[in-house]
Design a protein around this ligand. Structure first.
Ligand code: ZN
Length: 374
């Protein structure tokens, strides 16, 4: 009897245990399902929330607000976003027309020239304030135009040997040059600056119109970006300099458009003279350059292509001599005020830059402009 009762109790107990186990499993499954549903809802919700645009670190509006305030704030109806209508209502506190986070907060008036509406990613919105060098500063910026080429790798070796940095204003004007384009990455990796010179270097094409200039510029800008994996410099150099025999009709409009987009440009105050003719001797290039450096010039024009072997052969000697005299060789980084003696078209640059919502000129330039106004 006792055994039977025990068996019965045992069966009853194990039955209850099974019941509890089953209940426990059901509760567990429900909990897991609930957690999965909650996670899914959170994930879908996060995908629906519109992306907050990256705030651009543009200059303070204090000195330039009068120029840019006429334009409507962020109503860029020329670049509509097909997917924005729904999310706009949900995000009343967000700017209304930011199609993607890479697009800067720039408005283009409806009646603006068509070229202003092209290349919405071609803006420099984070330009720092510019400065000028002291008159006795022993700083030299060697600038090499027209590369890359078969002379680029040996030039980089020389620069490395003397721990000197330089600026490359590059182009891609032939199949030959395309072959050397990967060297732009080596330039950047070794601490030099790579900036746009032009893609085709065909003056008649590039200076046909502002639009033609922009098309060419953008091609080179993208090539540098793709090759180096980095944004190209926030400045450039005009082929032939900012004012030349081919761009008289259009250079002022190009300056206005590029500065509107936040780009500045550099000509030079010292010329090595290596482009003066077919066969400039190494001795002349050396003498021209040292002379310019001793006169206090900072931005030196040189070339790095085809027949400019004589330049390459002099660079080491120039750097070595000047370094012994206390000069430092640096790469331009876009913070040097180009209107401090490095431009052929200072007046045009300054007035365009003062209208740009992205460019802050140096205190030196602003004081000069203020003095002129009085
Ligand atoms: Zn050139």
């Amino acid at each position: 009897m006792k055994l039977k009762r025990n068996k019965k109790r045992y069966r009853y107990a194990s039955g209850r245990r099974r019941l509890y186990t089953r209940r426990f499993m059901i509760v567990s499954i429900c909990a897991i399902l609930a957690a999965a549903i909650v996670s899914a809802v959170i994930f879908i919700g996060s995908q629906l929330v519109p992306r907050v645009p990256v705030a651009s670190e543009g200059p303070s509006q204090s000195s330039q607000s009068s120029a840019s305030s006429e334009k409507p704030s962020s109503e860029d109806s020329s670049q509509p976003s097909s997917e924005s209508s729904e999310s706009q209502e949900e995000s009343s506190s967000q700017p209304s027309s930011e199609p993607s986070s890479s697009q800067p907060e720039v408005s283009v008036a409806d009646d603006a020239p068509d070229y202003q509406k092209k290349y919405p990613d071609l803006y420099v919105t984070d330009r720092p304030k510019m400065h000028v060098l002291d008159d006795d500063a022993k700083v030299v910026y060697l600038t090499f135009d027209d590369g890359p080429s078969d002379l680029t790798a040996p030039l980089l070796d020389v620069l490395k040997k003397y721990n000197a940095k330089a600026t490359f204003f590059d182009c891609c004007q032939s199949d030959y040059q395309e072959e050397f384009a990967p060297l732009m990455k080596r330039c950047v990796d070794e601490g030099h600056t790579v900036a746009v010179h032009t893609y085709s270097h065909q003056f008649k094409e590039v200076y046909q119109s502002v639009e033609a200039y922009l098309d060419d510029f953008y091609k080179m800008y993208k090539l540098i970006e793709e090759t180096t994996g980095q944004k190209p410099a926030n400045f450039f150099r005009f082929p032939g300099g900012s004012k030349n025999a081919y761009n008289g009709d259009v250079y002022q409009d190009i300056i206005k458009e590029m500065t509107r987009r936040g780009f500045i440009y550099y000509d030079w105050d010292g010329d090595s003279g290596d482009a003066a003719g077919g066969n400039v001797s190494g001795a002349t290039i050396y003498a021209n350059t040292m002379d310019a450096i001793h006169k206090g010039c900072n931005i030196i024009l040189m070339h790095n292509i085809f027949d400019k072997k004589a330049t390459l052969e002099q660079v080491g000697k120039i750097i070595k001599t000047a370094q012994k005299e206390g000069y430092e060789f640096k790469a331009l980084d876009g913070t040097l005020d180009p209107s401090h003696g490095y431009l052929m078209t200072t007046k045009e640059f300054v007035s365009a830059a003062m209208d740009s919502q992205f460019i802050q000129l140096s205190d030196w330039r602003m004081e000069k402009e203020k003095a002129k106004g009085n």
